[in-house]
Design a protein around this ligand. Structure first.
Ligand SMILES: [Zn+2]
Length: 210
C-alpha cells in the first residue's frame, strides 16, 4: 500500500468532499398554495392586482400578499397563499393531509398536468369559484441544462434522491426532473413528505447512482 502523508490524505478527502457537495442540492418544502389565471384572480379579487410579498427561489416566482380559503365537503383551510405570476391555468396544490381534512381525493400529478384534477371551491371575501384544479404535487427537481449536463442526467429521466442527513433519513424514488432555462437546482417536496423525512429548510439531498 502507498504511504500517503497526512497532508496528502487531507487533500484527497477535501477533493472528494467537494465533489460530493457539488452533487447535492437543497430541498424546498412547498406548503399548500394556488396559482390563478388572470380571469379567476379578477373574479376573486375585483379591482386588485396580484401583489408580491416575497420572492421564491425560482427566478420570477413569488408569494403574493393575497390568500384564499379552500372549501371541501368535509372542511375548510384558510389563508392559502396565491403564488405569482398569474398563469394560463388555475391550479390548487395541497398535501394528502390537507385533502383528507377537506374531504377530497386529488390525484398525485406534476404541476401543469391537470387532466384529472378534481373540483375544489376557492373563496375570497368577494367571491367563490368551484373549478377542477386540485392536485397533490408530485415531487420533482428543478434544474437548468448546465446542471443536467454536470449531473449527467437526461430529459425525462426519473431518479431516486437520498436524504442523507437528519433524524429520518431515507430515499425518495420516482422523482421527476423539471428542466428549464432559468431554473435553480432544487428539489420540491410537499409538507407531508418533508415531515415524513424530517426535512428542514437547510436539509440537502443527492441523486443516487444505480
Ligand atoms: Zn416545483
Amino acid at each position: 500500500m502507498n504511504n500517503y502523508s497526512i497532508e496528502e490524505i487531507r487533500k484527497i478527502v477535501r477533493e472528494v468532499l467537494l465533489e460530493m457537495q457539488a452533487e447535492t442540492f437543497s430541498i424546498g418544502i412547498s406548503n399548500r398554495h394556488i396559482h390563478l389565471t388572470e380571469e379567476h384572480f379578477s373574479i376573486l379579487f375585483p379591482n386588485e392586482s396580484i401583489e408580491p410579498l416575497k420572492p421564491l427561489k425560482q427566478p420570477g416566482e413569488f408569494a403574493s400578499k393575497q390568500t384564499v380559503t379552500l372549501v371541501g365537503p368535509k372542511g375548510e383551510i384558510k389563508k392559502v397563499r396565491i403564488l405569482g405570476p398569474l398563469r394560463k391555468r388555475s391550479q390548487v396544490e395541497i398535501s394528502k393531509t390537507d385533502a383528507r381534512n377537506l374531504g377530497v381525493q386529488p390525484p398525485i400529478r406534476l404541476s401543469g398536468h391537470l387532466d384529472d384534477a378534481i373540483e375544489i371551491t376557492i373563496r375570497s371575501d368577494a367571491a367563490e369559484l368551484t373549478i377542477p384544479a386540485a392536485i397533490i404535487a408530485k415531487r420533482h427537481i428543478h434544474l437548468n441544462y448546465q446542471d443536467m449536463e454536470r449531473l449527467n442526467l437526461k430529459e425525462g429521466q426519473v431518479v431516486s434522491v437520498e436524504i442523507f442527513e437528519g433524524a429520518r433519513r431515507g430515499i425518495f424514488n420516482d422523482v421527476e426532473l423539471r428542466p428549464g432555462e432559468n431554473f435553480v437546482l432544487e428539489m420540491h417536496v410537499d409538507t407531508d413528505e418533508a415531515n415524513g423525512a424530517d426535512i428542514q429548510p437547510n436539509t440537502r439531498g443527492r441523486i443516487i447512482r444505480e
